[in-house]
Design a protein around this ligand. Structure first.
Ligand SMILES: NC(=O)C1=CN([C@@H]2O[C@H](COP(=O)(O)OP(=O)(O)OC[C@H]3O[C@@H](n4cnc5c(N)ncnc54)[C@H](OP(=O)(O)O)[C@@H]3O)[C@@H](O)[C@H]2O)C=CC1
Ligand SMILES: O=CCCC(=O)O
Length: 291
């Protein structure tokens, strides 16, 4: 199967590499073109523009930072829309809001193409290992065509029905994750300040009802103050912002998420946005809490 791949950041690079390793023919494009080199060394072809990738490939996947990047790659000059049409499919796996997905879907459909939104749960390591959870919605026929690729990229794919449901599900999941990260960080601070060993807290948590992979993976590096980005904090804050907006639209009160968003915003204002989202711990250590 031949696929195009737009966006070779932390996630896109790992996902495109995975497709190559599994025998897919992949044509890549990235705004900063030099980031294509590593994929070329693995056997990828390069397109000069999103439009040229879509012209070459029946199916094109995108993994871009945020709504503005997702819209720019479709609607701007040399964008996806210039070449999408009958018989071609576009799959955006970026985390965006439902309105962005719907806008792209309408434009792609107007040109005769098919569109699926397919944001993912799982970070850099699951992307490298093909263990993502895919939250797809939109054109069911295109989704079915993409199953061979989704099976390589993920351990499970959900088809969630109408356009926007994938984006909404992803935002709900990341709203919970961001709030959990703040509660976890506050707990580490509280243990430390009240004379307990934070390491022992990690051991206790790991044996109880709230044990989870995130605490297990991020806890030790947070205690060391090490924040190599797997999931950049700027993206987590974007997801909290979009989830809070979804809460506004649906009159859902989310005080925990709102307080967590403030801590992520504070971290961004301190220039920590490109580090892992667990760096919010430094903010909470500084203030003694998110409230
Ligand atoms: N990292 C993670 O753990 C996870 C991330 N996600 C989501 O996946 C998406 C990608 O995340 P991640 O790979 O971590 O992000 P990165 O910041 O590592 O990469 C972002 C990508 O978007 C491109 N980009 C940014 N702005 C534009 C623009 N205006 N036009 C064209 N391209 C642009 C960047 O290009 P350039 O290289 O030129 O800057 C880069 O390829 C995000 O929506 C994120 O929320 C979802 C699950 C997990
Ligand atoms: O959007 C990022 C999600 C990160 C994760 O699921 O571990």
């Amino acid at each position: 199967m031949e696929v195009g791949f737009l966006g070779l950041g932390i996630m896109g690079k790992a996902m495109a590499a995975n497709l190559l390793r599994h025998g897919f023919r992949v044509t890549v494009w990235n705004r900063t073109l030099s980031k294509c080199d590593e994929l070329v060394a693995m056997g990828a072809a390069v397109g000069d523009t999103p439009a040229s990738v879509v012209a070459k490939c029946k199916y094109t996947i995108a993994m871009l930072s945020d709504p503005s990047a997702a819209l720019s790659v479709v609607f701007d000059k040399d964008g996806v829309l210039e070449q999408i049409g009958e018989g071609k499919g576009y799959v955006d796996m970026s985390t965006v809001d439902a309105a962005t997905s719907c806008k792209i879907s309408e434009a792609v459909k107007q040109k005769g193409g098919a569109f699926v939104e397919a944001p993912v749960s799982g970070s850099k390591k699951p992307a490298e290992d093909g263990q993502l959870v895919i939250l797809a919605a939109g054109d069911k026929a295109l989704y079915d065509d993409m199953v061979p690729a989704f099976d390589v990229l993920g351990k499970k794919s959900f088809f969630l029905g109408e356009m926007g449901n994938g984006a909404k599900m992803k935002l709900v999941v990341n709203m919970i994750m961001g709030s959990m990260m703040n509660a976890f960080s506050e707990g580490l601070c509280l243990a430390d300040k009240s004379g307990l060993s934070p390491q022992t807290l990690l051991d206790v948590l790991d044996l109880g009802a709230i044990a989870n992979p995130m605490f297990k993976m991020k806890g030790p590096s947070m205690l060391q103050g090490s924040y190599n980005p797997a999931f950049p904090l700027k993206h987590q804050q974007k997801d909290m912002r979009l989830a809070l907006s979804l809460g506004d639209e649906n009159a859902v009160s989310m005080p925990v998420a709102a307080a967590s968003n403030e801590a992520f915003k504070k971290a961004r204002s301190l220039g920590l946005g490109d580090l892992d989202f667990s760096v919010v711990h430094e903010v909470l250590k500084g203030t003694g809490g998110s409230g």
